[in-house]
Design a protein around this ligand. Sequence first.
Ligand SMILES: [Zn+2]
Ligand SMILES: [Zn+2]
Length: 127
Amino acid sequence: MLRRNTNQKQIVYESLKYLGHATTDELINYINENYENISLATIYRNLGIMLDDEQIKKVKLNNCEVYETVKGKHYHFVCKHCGKIIDVSPNEINSFDNNSYIGNNRIEDCEITYYGTCKNCLNKILN
Ligand SMILES: [Zn+2]
Ligand SMILES: [Zn+2]
């Protein structure tokens, strides 16, 4: 299905992919610095289209909502010092997989967010 403004959509997608995780504010700042000026309305519209197409998803972390491009299943680590958001793959942690049970209850999905100090901030604190 052809959609108008494919190029703008591509810019929004590539910017989000580069940033990893971004709020709409961070996204619009990045796009306006690195590309042409795109209106906030256009960004919102393209984010909506990509959410519907499941190219991107919205994640609630702390008290804010960030967008990210759709990748494999993963969890998040949030640095309490700089706010950096790091993806944590399920392989990196000992966790229930999708076929685990607690009691007789089957776990089918899980959202875990870790909060702590990222390696950059640790370096600053320790040095
Ligand atoms: Zn940090
Ligand atoms: Zn992520």
